[in-house]
Design a protein around this ligand. Sequence first.
Ligand code: ATP
Ligand code: MG
Length: 364
Amino acid sequence: MTFIPPAERLVGVTLKDNWYVVEKVIRDVKSWSGASCYKVTRGSEVGFLKAFDLSGMKKVGGEDDHELLTHRFKRELSIIKQCSDAKIGGVVNLLGSGKHFHSGTDLNELVNYFILEYCADGDMLKCIEDHSLIDFASRCAAVRDICEAVDKMHANGVMHLDIKPENLIHFINERVTKIVDFGSARRYIVDVDPNLNDELNEITTTYSYAPFECLYHDNDWTNNWNEYRRKIDLFLVGTIIVRIFTNMTFSSLLRNRLADKYSWKNKRNLGKFQEIKPFLIEAGSKVYVMIKSELEAINSRCGHPLTPAQVKQIVSTIRDLCYPDPKQRGHPEEVGRKNESDGLYRYHDRFKEMFEQCSLKISK
Ligand SMILES: Nc1ncnc2c1ncn2[C@@H]1O[C@H](COP(=O)(O)OP(=O)(O)OP(=O)(O)O)[C@@H](O)[C@H]1O
Ligand SMILES: [Mg+2]
């Protein structure tokens, strides 16, 4: 008989607090975390259930995997709860959480879960791939929401580390975007606990969106873990802006302008980030020019919803956030300051204004 993991057997189950599991949410991509996702209802309320079991345990150096998996689940849940309680706009709301046992008290039958607000429109990927689903005003609104969410998360001591289209839900009619999937997120570290070193080093950001210091495996550019992680988030925000407006990916654009001998795909270069950085910066400057002309072409095809000054502002935001040197990444007026702000709120204000002007133009 084929074994179906407990988290995969929830349709028709009534969970604690009367949440009823209606159906599975079908996903195009394979889950990295091994979570099972469902639509749940309670009266007229609808929720998104993310369920985890212990069946996918891989033996990690003989460690107690129950403990590791439970630790990961608890960390994800507590970070979402922290952001939800702090009422960070642009972060998904938490509706509930609990445990479910299918039968008996066998630990392997245990399902840990949490329930989030449900977005019937799903994630942002399809809106990026099919631009007819969202206009320029909605794209500006999405950047506004993402910048605000990440700025507030950082102010609350949370780094997301896996911001990408699949981890952004987008409510099309409301023009609202929210961040989900805190599986890779980490908290601000006050004192480094040596026992947690492996978990600290484990940055699981998605390879195709990762910043250059990660691609070249350099985590020595700073001895401040919080700065290291904040700058990853900034790069991810910059990359998402490129994708939202052009459907292109910043690092692959840059690789096309980088000599093969300096590429991160060449394993001999791993660890040589500092040496290669000047070439990345030079290639980057060509990428900004290319993004600008692509943006102008798209803007013109769409009937000029953006002014030339706004196009420039988008490109300068991308330059600040995707800057290859992590030390220089962020708003120029904030970089190098001791206050640990990267000025994301300034981009929030910029895109909020752009959204307002753009929606006025579109509605005329
Ligand atoms: N609140 C929600 N409403 C609707 N759809 C959601 C919601 N949260 C997530 N999704 C969809 O479900 C998918 C999976 O959720 P999530 O990203 O949290 O888990 P995961 O992908 O398994 O984790 P990982 O990225 O580590 O593999 C998302 O990519 C998104 O398409
Ligand atoms: Mg995900």
